[in-house]
Design a protein around this ligand. Structure first.
Ligand SMILES: [Zn+2]
Length: 93
């Protein structure tokens, strides 16, 4: 038991170890583009339900994506709002 714990601890503190947050960040682009597999989507969804930073970054990406496609299709969002949101995203990035 003790050795298992130590192993797990070393794993998470190792450099270069890909955490769930890293994985989620990589998946984000696929999710936003609708290109993620069902398995990836479910991993992603499960993770952002528990992880506020990943959830927020997903919301930002989704918003931005919607604004971009919304702009192309001439839907809803006023350009000034789109710009202010884009500016805000850049500030916090
Ligand atoms: Zn996370």
């Amino acid at each position: 038991m003790e050795s298992k714990f130590t192993e797990a601890y070393q794993k998470t503190s190792e450099e270069g170890h890909e955490s769930d947050c890293d994985k989620t960040a990589h998946l984000l682009d696929l999710i936003i583009d609708g290109e993620a597999s069902a398995e990836e989507q479910s991993f992603f969804t499960t993770h952002i339900e528990d992880c506020a930073p990943c959830f927020e970054s997903h919301q930002k990406q989704k918003l931005l994506k919607n604004l971009v496609s919304g702009h192309l299709k001439r839907v809803i969002v006023p350009e000034s709002l789109a710009l202010s949101i884009k500016a805000r995203i850049q500030e916090t990035a």
